[in-house]
Design a protein around this ligand. Structure first.
Ligand SMILES: [Zn+2]
Length: 503
């Protein structure tokens, strides 16, 4: 392939070639540059971080900077033969190995043999191993032998999206850096620069939308921009083009669909699905958008910001659990549209999980089974309708009142923690029970004990407050299904919120 015919993607073209061009990884860049300037090059570096934030770009710049024949303040000149070769990817002494496609030990064996050969032309022989965590154990062991007695003038640069999968024995021999996701503002600024230089005509709104949608990965943002630019040609790129080309539904559609679910308008939900399907929208992406919107609403509600009237936190949590389950199912399904339709209908009908689980903890439908004496064992997990609010005791109303007060006082964290607890009223004590899986909840709630005692005293009168784990002996059937359900919920939420559930 000659250079004249070689199509260079926007991402490649705008790949940083100097440390100064790397966006948002200042600490890593400065440290590496200082190492070069002070001539203290380590034998091995580990660059850990999410995809699309610049790991391999930094590795290549580093390889150039230490081999450049005319370096400039720790930066490569990008003009000398060495720099040019490395940029083109045909320098003999800079070897890139993709851990994901070279899991076999052969490559590392070969590496072990080669590594001892004197470098051909460059000052340093550099091995860049991308996705190093994908290597097999044998390959790691072979690599480790090399790292134990590293030949002079050999530098390893490992990159990984999953540093916890890299053996400690390797990590301990590396100087490690953690690369960060880019904030949307920095992505947007970079996109603006690219648009200006490439004469891409894009509305500021679409650049903002791309920046958020890229979720911290600059590479993804540039790829999106490029897709849009080639789709529109010279015409101005507007925000709706992004939805169009990505097969995404508009924000309004997403919100309208969620509203339809929350207000139980099954017919409206089906109309929206039909419309999306006819316009060739990607239904899996649509479910992703639903999950994101639900998450945004939960966070807004916890922060006391306005959300649609039907969108109570507890309902939204139940809904996001259902949507996350749907997302998994959808990935395997052939008939995605039918599956989505069935799910939408289920959600707008009274279905266990959505209908019952969340509202049972709210004021509208107070928690069932408050009394420790209630024979929980006689209840079946999901098969039967739960007792209605009419059957509730004053104690249940009190708990709902506690939840309401906490919510009204905008103690979002405490509210969220209480939602998963079961109040049990004893003579002079109010016990809040948690599943054994919810150690986190119990511990976190203890931190708010003072406030909690105060609210409970307000509603129940003076009580000793006990935060406990449920006894395993109680109703094994229900306990099992409920705890499994809660565990699943917690896990799903954790995934959805990247581990930040209620902080
Ligand atoms: Zn150079």
């Amino acid at each position: 392939m000659t250079e004249a015919h070689e199509y260079q993607s926007l991402y490649r073209k705008w790949r940083p070639q100097r440390f100064a061009d790397v966006v948002h990884q200042e600490y890593t860049v400065r440290t590496l540059q200082n190492a070069i300037l002070s001539n203290q090059i380590a034998h091995a570096y580990l660059l850990a971080g999410p995809r699309g934030v610049g790991k391999t770009s930094i590795a290549r710049i580093f390889a150039k900077a230490i081999n450049c024949t005319n370096p400039q303040h720790g930066e490569p000149c990008n003009q000398c033969d060495m720099c040019k070769k490395i940029t083109r990817g045909n320098a003999l002494d800079v070897i890139e190995i993709d851990g994901a496609s070279n899991r076999g030990i052969d490559q590392i064996r070969q590496l072990r043999e080669e590594v001892n050969f004197v470098h051909a032309e460059a000052q340093y022989k550099v091995y860049i191993i991308d996705e190093v965590h994908m290597l097999t154990n044998e390959a790691f062991n072979a690599l480790l032998k090399t790292l134990e007695e590293p030949p002079k003038h050999v530098v390893f640069i490992f990159a990984t999206t999953e540093p916890h999968k890299v053996p400690l024995t390797i990590i301990s021999r590396c100087q490690a850096f953690e690369l960060k996701l880019l904030p949307p503002e920095r992505i947007e600024k970079r996109l603006q620069e690219i648009c200006e230089a490439e004469k891409i005509n894009a509305s500021p709104k679409v650049l903002t939308a791309i920046s958020y949608r890229a979720r911290g990965a600059l590479r993804d943002a540039i790829v999106m921009l490029e897709q849009l630019a080639s789709y529109k040609g010279a015409a101005r790129i507007e925000e709706h083009d992004l939805f169009e080309i990505m097969g995404l539904a508009s924000e309004e559609t997403v919100q309208e669909f969620l509203q339809a679910l929350l207000t139980r308008q099954g017919r409206r939900a089906l109309e929206i699905i039909a419309d999306l399907a006819e316009r060739g929208k990607d239904l899996e992406l649509f479910v992703d958008e639903l999950i994101e919107q639900t998450r945004d609403w939960i966070i807004a509600a916890l922060d006391g910001h306005p959300v649609p009237a039907e969108a109570r936190v507890e309902t939204l949590i139940g809904l996001s659990t259902q949507l996350l389950g749907l997302k998994r199912e959808l990935g395997r399904a052939w008939e995605k549209r039918i599956l989505l339709e069935v799910k939408a209908l289920e959600l707008t009908q009274a279905v266990p999980g959505f209908e019952q689980a969340p509202p049972q903890l709210s004021a509208a439908a107070p928690p069932r089974e408050q009394s420790a004496k209630a024979p929980r064992a006689t209840k079946k997990a999901h098969a039967e309708p739960e007792p209605s609010a009419a059957g509730s005791t004053p104690a249940q109303d009190k708990w709902a009142q506690v939840l309401e007060e906490v919510k009204r006082e905008r103690r979002g964290t405490v509210h969220a923690l209480l939602l998963d607890g079961q109040p049990v009223e004893l003579s002079d004590t109010l016990r809040i029970e948690y599943d054994l899986q919810h150690t986190f909840h119990k511990e976190s709630l203890e931190k708010h004990r003072k406030y909690l005692e105060e609210v409970i005293a307000r509603v129940y009168g003076p009580r000793r407050v006990e935060i406990a784990f449920m006894q395993a002996a109680e109703s094994p059937t229900r306990r099992k299904s409920k705890s499994a359900e809660l565990r699943e919920k917690a896990e799903l939420l954790k995934q959805a919120f990247d581990g930040e559930i209620v902080s």
